[in-house]
Design a binder for this molecule. Structure first.
Ligand code: 5RP
Length: 275
């Protein structure tokens, strides 16, 4: 691996512990102004101090993030479909490598839809993107997107993750599942897990994080389970404590409750001050 590639990888996966907390805020690229991300700048700002990296599209980066931030950018460069369109898997590369370089991206993110109608197209795009990334020393994160009709079991996810790694992805994002070890075992590059749809309560999302790390994930690429929580800062701090401080589920849950209380008190103070 060349110096530039190693340097960028070390910004995404922290060299101190080999772990990563990626904050995902790219959902609008197909979902529009989704709940919790209606005004991206408002959502992102308080969470940034606790994120190792920010996964985002160029449009929201340019309009909603202060360019003086130090948090490295994982630029989503695939798209071309929306939730109201015909087929979400019909994605293509939507942002050029020149744009990614101009935006000082530390990593490029692209979705692949293994087993879908557009499997070939999305895998060919991944390969092309890896070629470009290798040229300029920018790692590629392959996002294993699961269509509505696919089962998120270890057999399918192991297949999708391995295919991504074989095409040269430097990091793969997938979902946590039963027998997750077999997914990790079959994938020779770091695996990070998405949170997925908001779980009924915050402790469930902490459990998911804890179990994923316990079973070999390098970290998380988490969005909705953080910023759709009423106590988003408490949530990201608690996820961080599992990823980077090896807190177990009980300790992380206690931290969440403590931080939640603190946030409530701060909000009450602010309301009082505002009259
Ligand atoms: C959207 C994505 C998200 O970045 C990824 O799924 C993580 O977010 P969440 O934790 O909300 O699932 O790839 O297409």
């Amino acid at each position: 691996m060349d110096w530039g590639m190693k340097n960028r990888m070390s910004k995404i996966i922290r060299p101190e512990d080999g772990r990563c907390l990626m904050l995902a805020v790219d959902h609008g690229y197909f979902l529009g102004p989704t709940e919790g991300l209606e005004i991206p700048s408002r959502t992102i700002k308080p969470l940034l101090p606790y994120a190792d990296s920010l996964m985002i599209t160029r449009g929201i980066l340019r309009t909603s993030v202060n360019p003086s931030i130090e948090v490295p950018i994982v630029l989503r460069v695939s798209g071309g479909t929306s939730i109201v369109g015909e087929d979400l898997s019909n994605e293509t590369i939507s942002t050029s490598i020149e744009e990614a370089i101009k935006l000082n991206a530390s990593c490029l993110a692209i979705s692949i839809f293994v087993g879908s109608k557009y499997e070939h197209q999305t895998l060919a795009s991944l390969s092309r993107l890896v070629d470009e990334g290798e040229k300029y020393g920018i790692p590629v994160l392959a996002v294993t997107a699961v269509g509505k009709e696919m089962t998120r079991d270890s057999r399918y996810l192991a297949l999708a993750c391995r295919v991504a790694a074989e095409q040269g992805a430097h990091i793969v994002k997938t979902y946590y599942c039963e027998n997750f070890e077999s997914v990790v075992e079959g994938c020779p590059v770091p695996l990070i897990v998405a949170g997925g749809k908001k779980l009924p309560n915050e402790i469930d999302a902490l459990k998911l994080t804890y179990e994923a790390i316990e079973h070999g994930a390098t970290g998380v690429d988490m969005g909705r389970n953080i910023w759709q929580s009423t106590y988003a800062v408490a949530m990201i701090k608690s996820v961080r404590s599992i990823v980077h401080s090896n807190l177990d589920l009980r300790q992380a849950s206690e931290l969440y409750m403590k931080e939640k209380e603190r946030q409530i008190k701060e909000q009450q103070k602010e309301m009082k001050a505002a009259g």
